[in-house]
Design a protein around this ligand. Structure first.
Ligand code: SF4
Ligand code: SF4
Length: 467
């Protein structure tokens, strides 16, 4: 890892695969972004192996799109082989349904190992975290296992996950077993995640107690958020009005986690309007833990646009591909289908080319960018609206060397784009004064398009914005 000493992330679990990308690959990525051309393939893939799940969380944002489908083992093997040939270094197994509910999960994990693809993150409810799975996760040095536990007792587990309370005890046994198999080894980092709503947020200290008692490495407390079609009752969701009631609880939580504490704490409550309460709690506690996502000195807001179209991809249980997990939703932008076109067919296809063009424009626009629907067909307002997407920079913003070099390359591309626009403006002005020249200029532009596209894709010479 090339990291500024002051900005190394405190915990070394999952990183959206970034911890596995070496300096050479980062440079390839930067050059491709600046030139607007493809990379050989994604370096990281979010893979929803199956839409099937064995619990029924009331807050599940996939409940309207969930099917009984799973990617058959032979297709998973083909997919991993194809992407590994093109440089895939890591995968994340998360949504759709529960990844461990895939009928052939052991064979899938074995194939990752055979192809040298690292399991960067597994997010699971842990109901099917069997001893055989635990053994593989430890032996393969999976980076992080994120267990969605959500509550501290069987009765509340039934309320949230809508299954028998006894399942809660089984999950705890499974997590304890994983930690016992890991023993003194460092990986996988084990995180317990709790989703807070109006009924359980006051139990945050009990969640902290349980996490310490089990011996996990991290605790993440996040707010339940509204799901598509406003299916959740507003009365169940936290909002700013809960701040006063929760302030003493979170002040005490911060006190329990002084800098350097052995249990990492991450709180994601800002989206539900509880940022001011957390700030007040930090002030009252006096000392707060360091952010798990520090920002490098070279990181500038103007370079903080998304570069996932060159770096990673998200594949669902029916084979559909999305730019990232945040955009997997009923009307989200589908980039293609890997079961029909193969991974390379989708990655080098028209939709990804369009997405790269849009992301590059947004990156070059820098901090001044505004979402103009006419310019952006695939990128979503969530990608542009400040504060709506944390994913695009959270795992990378600590990387001083990367953002210094990216800034240099983007500045070059910005200058180049400005020159091309100025030349176009001048040509348009001339054509306006000499209208009889316009048909010849149009013919020249059409005839030179393949050459300009070739120059941009092969040599990074940006003489066209029309490609
Ligand atoms: S465990 Fe995940 S996929 Fe399953 S119901 Fe809950 S939120 Fe949905
Ligand atoms: S900006 Fe965020 S939501 Fe949009 S594609 Fe990138 S990671 Fe996904």
């Amino acid at each position: 890892m090339s990291a500024h000493p002051a900005t190394v992330r405190p915990h070394t679990g999952s990183s959206h695969g970034w911890g596995l990308v070496d300096a050479r690959r980062k440079e390839e990525l930067i050059r491709a972004i600046a030139a607007g051309r493809d990379t050989a393939g994604p370096l990281h893939a979010e893979l929803d192996l199956t839409d099937r799940c064995n619990v029924a969380c009331y807050f599940c944002n996939q409940q309207d799109t969930r099917t009984k489908l799973q990617i058959p083992l032979e297709r998973v093997v083909e997919l991993i082989d194809e992407m590994a040939e093109a440089g895939l270094a890591s995968v994340r197994l998360s949504g759709g349904g529960d990844p461990l509910h895939h009928r052939e999960i052991l064979a899938v994990l074995d194939h990752f190992e055979a192809r040298g693809v690292v399991l960067d993150n597994l997010t699971t409810n842990a109901v099917s975290l069997t001893p055989a799975v635990a053994r593989r996760l430890v032996d393969q040095e999976a980076r992080e296992v994120n267990v969605s536990l959500n509550t501290v007792d069987g009765a509340d587990y039934r309320r949230m996950m809508q299954v028998k309370p006894a399942v809660f005890d089984r999950v705890l046994d499974n997590v304890r077993h994983l930690l016992a198999v890991r023993g003194e080894r460092r990986l996988p980092i084990v995180t317990l995640q709790f989703l807070l709503d109006r009924h359980n947020a006051e139990r945050a200290l009990e969640m902290d107690d349980l996490t310490r008692e089990i011996g996990a490495d991290r605790i993440v407390l996040s707010a339940v958020q509204q799901i598509p079609d406003d299916r959740l009752a507003a009365a169940d969701l936290l909002d700013a009005g809960d701040g006063e009631r929760l302030l003493p609880v979170f002040t005490e939580l911060y006190r329990r986690h002084p800098p350097g504490d052995s249990l990492d704490l991450e709180l994601n409550l800002d989206v539900q309007g509880l940022g001011p309460m957390l700030a007040a709690a930090r002030r009252r506690a006096g000392a707060a833990p360091a952010s798990p996502f520090p920002i490098a000195p070279s990181f500038r807001a103007e370079d903080g646009g998304c570069f996932f179209a060159w770096y990673s991809t998200a594949i669902t249980g029916n084979g559909n591909v999305y730019p990232c997990c945040q955009l997997i939703r009923p009307k989200g932008p589908v980039m293609g289908n890997v079961l029909e076109d193969g991974a390379a067919g989708v990655w080098h296809g028209e939709r990804y080319a369009r997405l790269r063009g849009e992301m590059r424009e947004a990156l070059l626009d820098g901090a001044d960018r505004t979402l103009d629907p006419a310019r952006f067909e695939i990128l979503d307002p969530v990608c542009h609206t400040p504060g709506r997407c944390w994913l695009k920079t959270m795992y990378f913003q600590w990387d001083d060397a990367f953002y210094a070099r990216l800034h240099e390359a983007l500045e070059g591309a910005r200058t180049n784009r400005a020159r091309v626009r100025a030349a176009r403006g001048a040509a348009a002005a001339v054509a306006g004064r000499l209208p009889w020249l316009a048909p010849a200029v149009d013919r020249l532009r059409d005839a030179s398009r393949p050459l300009r596209v070739w120059l941009r894709h092969r040599l990074g010479l940006d003489l066209t914005e029309a490609a």
